[in-house]
Ligand binder design. Sequence first.
Ligand code: C2E
Ligand code: MG
Ligand code: MG
Ligand code: MG
Length: 288
Amino acid sequence: KVKGSGRNAFRVFDEGLDSEASSRCRTEAELREAIAAGALELHFQPIVAFPDESVCGMEALVRWRHPSRGLLMPDQFIALAEDTGLIVPLGEWVLRHACFEAARWPGHVRLAVNISPNHIKKRTLVRSVIQALGAARLPPERLEIEVTETVLLLHDEAILAELQQLRDLGVAVVLDDFGTGYSSLSHLRMFTFDKIKIDRLFVAEVAERPDCAAIVCAVTGLARSLGMAATAEGVETAEQARLLRAAGCTHAQGYLFGRPQPAAAAYDVAVSGLAVSGLASTATRPGT
Ligand code: C2E
Ligand code: MG
Ligand code: MG
Ligand code: MG
């Protein structure tokens, strides 16, 4: 029906594009502003170690408290940050603030920070990491940098050298979301990761589908023989936790052990060493 309206149809279409472009432009300006003004927030989610399920780490997960749209999740602004180059100042902000927070936790509780491949490409990450650790007085052994396989798809020796420099400093390099996208076993020999995180996709069905359990077993076996730890992501039930532990996962993370929460609550979890009981966190889950 739009076709029949001739020239006007183009005008409507143009305006649609215009407003989409201008809203994107506005969001970009707002995000730039938010990073500069420190209007981003960090939540932290516990990572537990099998077999005792004690808290051994926290993953920093960024949120954006938007003046009119409320608390935005990463999937609502990370892609924009990637496209506009804002991912670098965003990543640096996260690193700095997360390190300061982690410096208050007991010494055995490590900090995991997600870093985008586009950030690593810029070749400034090692310097930023050294500065963030130094400013917070956080030992490098307490930091883990999480990267996805996209970083390996770039086939860039300089990037691998950058990641190796982090390892040389004592910072752990973790392969995030393993098993999704362009996963390939050959990636595991392109770089020596300290740990791999098995994607939630496999974890979600590990109790229902024997093939998922078999994949998890194979991946943890491989990780073990390559000297890497293996974390299961997105663990939501005690049954999943039991199976994943039996399948050889060394660590786990998920709503069962605790949701991402603001720094003050995360501090209590880090100090008590106990993730919130899975049942309690389910009962108080917002929006369910
Ligand atoms: P990720 O690094 O794989 O982080 C795990 C995501 O899974 C988080 O989502 C977390 O809230 C969610 N999650 C954890 N446990 C469970 C569970 O039991 N069930 C379910 N359904 N979900 C669970 P979030 O916080 O929305 O972050 C999404 C992604 O955004 C992250 O995936 C990461 O790739 C990216 N991201 C988050 N913070 C940062 C950051 O500071 N920098 C960059 N570059 N990326 C970030
Ligand atoms: Mg991650
Ligand atoms: Mg992940
Ligand atoms: Mg993910």
